[in-house]
Design a protein around this ligand. Structure first.
Ligand code: HEC
Ligand code: HEC
Length: 400
């Protein structure tokens, strides 16, 4: 940074001097080449990839990931299984700013590893400084979503469709796919990577999509404190009914509350990946500014429904909700405790028993004590997985 600044300053200074010189000796302006100009072509980047490549394809998952209900959530298609070279190419693409029109933004600019692959800002900044309309989503365990649809409003039918959309988005990266494949084929590090991943060096938008999707599906967190608790307690137990020996009293209380009828959290954030089977409305607003799924499907009954993505690493993905309105988990808990709004499409799990339909909606009030609220936050933090957040396999391969 400092050296850049120095070069720019030096450059301006020398321009100025030259302008003065040219004024004094106007005859000498025939030579258009500037002897003071530095070589502005940037040197090829250095990419750090291990030899042999990292293992992405065969993870040593704990046994509870092999349960049928968890296997059923997996959206990996037979046509695009994760391979070590495919995910390696995906990793390079994910961190490469060349995917944006002016080489300023990579996927990772809005999906930071230490933030669970989300963005600590409420809205993200795109290639020309514009802001996205929604909060960036964390990508932890995105593969465990049975419907396989992506974005808050689920407008992408598959992950393979989704990954090409930010590249072409006018705010985010501003490219078109033709220029993108042309541009990437010119970069000397890609032909080799495409050959390793797909058998020959052809760069195509199809292959870019396959590789990025493989990399995202390889982002599986399974080493949180919660996983450790599951691993060391009797299999098949409802996790709400058993105290984990590695948990504090508060974490166990929060766990019991999370899986209880009183909060119903687990009715929507279910299974070991804490995802819902479909989009829901959690009563953020009486009248929603952003109608989410309903805008895409044009079905009034789906207005203000949003995707419920995994709560794994939720501690790191602040701010929360599709518009990033809550800065802290405490605020999220207070919303559920006392703030649920009577939206006509409020999901049944958050209504008083027997309350259905769009009229006379009656949200539940949880009446949690301060201790119980703290316990829920403490429990959510047990879903943080430091080994995932620091895993080199998911880190920036470009040497800066
Ligand atoms: C300028 C910021 C920005 C960039 C660049 C960006 N994203 Fe995103 N990403 C977002 C935002 C914001 C959302 C949520 C948008 C919405 O739902 O409408 C999102 C959502 C996603 C999702 C959906 C997750 C889910 O569970 O449904 C995936 C996957 C994703 N991005 C992957 C990528 C990939 C791959 C790239 C690079 C090709 C990328 N993103 C580039 C901001 C960005
Ligand atoms: C009716 C189903 C439902 C119930 C019950 C529910 N949630 Fe949610 N939750 C959602 C939906 C839908 C979203 C996303 C809403 C949005 O962004 O508009 C969400 C978002 C969240 C988020 C933020 C996720 C993010 O990535 O920003 C957290 C944290 C959360 N819920 C925790 C809880 C807790 C804790 C409980 C129990 C007290 C709970 N939820 C109960 C449906 C539910």
């Amino acid at each position: 940074m400092l050296t850049n600044l120095f070069i720019i300053l030096f450059f301006c200074f020398s321009c100025e001097k030259e302008a003065i010189l040219n004024e004094a000796f106007p005859i000498e302006t025939t030579d258009f080449s500037d002897p003071h100009e530095e070589d502005t072509s940037t040197p090829p980047p250095i990419i750090n990839l291990p030899d042999p490549v990292f293992n992405y394809a065969n993870l040593n998952l704990p046994p509870f990931f092999n349960r049928p209900d968890v296997q059923d959530q997996d959206n990996e298609p037979d046509s695009n299984p994760v391979t070590n070279w495919g995910a390696t190419l995906g990793r390079v693409l994910f961190y490469d700013k060349a995917l944006s029109l002016n080489n300023t933004i990579a996927c990772a600019s809005c999906h930071e590893q230490e933030s669970g692959f989300s963005d600590p800002n409420m809205f993200s900044t795109g290639f020309e400084g514009g802001l996205t309309g929604r909060n960036s989503m964390g990508l932890t365990n995105a593969r465990y979503y049975a419907r396989g649809s992506f974005f808050w409003d689920e407008r992408a039918a598959t992950l393979e469709d989704q990954v090409l959309m930010p590249i072409q988005d006018h705010v985010e990266m501003g490219m078109n796919l033709e220029d993108l494949t042309e541009k990437l084929s010119q970069l000397e590090y890609y032909p080799e990577l495409f050959e390793q991943a797909f058998g020959d060096s052809e760069v195509s938008s199809d292959r870019i999509s396959l590789a990025l999707a493989q990399f995202i599906r390889s982002m599986v967190s399974y080493q949180s404190k919660y996983d450790e608790g599951l691993r060391t307690s009797p299999p098949g137990m409802n996790p709400g009914n058993v105290n984990f020996s590695n948990f504090t009293a508060s974490e166990n209380l929060g766990k019991a509350l999370f899986f209880s009828r009183r909060t119903n959290c687990a009715a929507c954030h279910g299974s070991i990946n804490f995802v819902a089977p479909r989009p829901f409305n959690n009563g953020l607003d009486l009248v929603s500014e952003d109608n989410g799924v309903g805008v895409i499907t044009r079905d009034r009954r789906e207005e203000a429904l949003f995707k419920v993505n995994s709560l794994r690493n939720i501690e790191m993905t602040a701010p929360y909700m599709h518009d990033g309105r809550f800065a802290t988990l405490e605020q999220v808990i207070e919303h559920y405790n006392s703030g649920i709004q009577a939206h006509p499409n409020l999901s049944p799990q958050l209504r008083l028993p027997g309350n259905e339909g769009p009229n006379n909606v009656q949200p539940i009030r949880m009446n949690l004590s301060e201790e119980e609220k703290r316990a829920l936050v403490d429990f959510l933090k047990t879903l943080t997985d430091q080994s995932f957040l620091q895993d080199e396999r998911f880190s920036d391969p470009f040497q800066s």
